[in-house]
Write a protein that binds this ligand. Sequence first.
Ligand code: DX5
Ligand code: ZN
Length: 220
Amino acid sequence: MAVQLAPSILAADFLNLAAGVETVNRHADIFHLDVMDGILVPNLSFGFPVVDAIAKKAEKPLDVHLMIVKPWNYFQRFAKSGAAMISFHLEAARLDGRDPSELLREIKALGCKAGLAINPDIPVEDLFPYLQEADFILIMSVFAGFGGQKFIPESLDRIATLKAELVRRGLKDCKIEVDGGVGTANAAALVKAGAEILVAGSSVFGAEDPASACKALRQL
Ligand code: DX5
Ligand code: ZN
């Protein structure tokens, strides 16, 4: 199956980040890195020092999920950190009246895959005008800001709707990434609905054995 597993480092043990990095290098596909500013979302996470440190040891691509206002100010800096994928929120573009298509092109011009993210309260149809420019769409299946929240079941229908539109428009290279409350209980259904990248924080790093948790999620 083409599904990729992207453990969210937000849920890793920050006193032993090397172990978290090792887990992803050995047992997963992508490093999902959540950058929060306390403005777009009601939480702060980490920034360049942590991302740069992970980049030095990462053997898998870095996926930087920007939950910040004015994300365009940092595209270049995260590309320099080694990000292979950068996503920003449609909500952040709207706050400043910026054109999401143009921002996606800015990311791609830096040599990174460009992603557009939305929270669960934004109609999935609002993404449609920008699908052409996106390498991936990040569907939040919890409200962005915190790890360990409960999966919102309506996310399955949202993913199926988005997938149908991508198919209808022949955009087979645009991947759907799902983020929030993902675990073995819903991973198979998410993949069936059309998700190709599964972000998993607490279900991987909160598990007694993160390596087995990765294996279980990938075997679905
Ligand atoms: C939440 C972040 C997620 C989070 C997922 O705003 O975008 O990536 O770390 O964590 P879990 O898998 O625990 O919901
Ligand atoms: Zn995330």
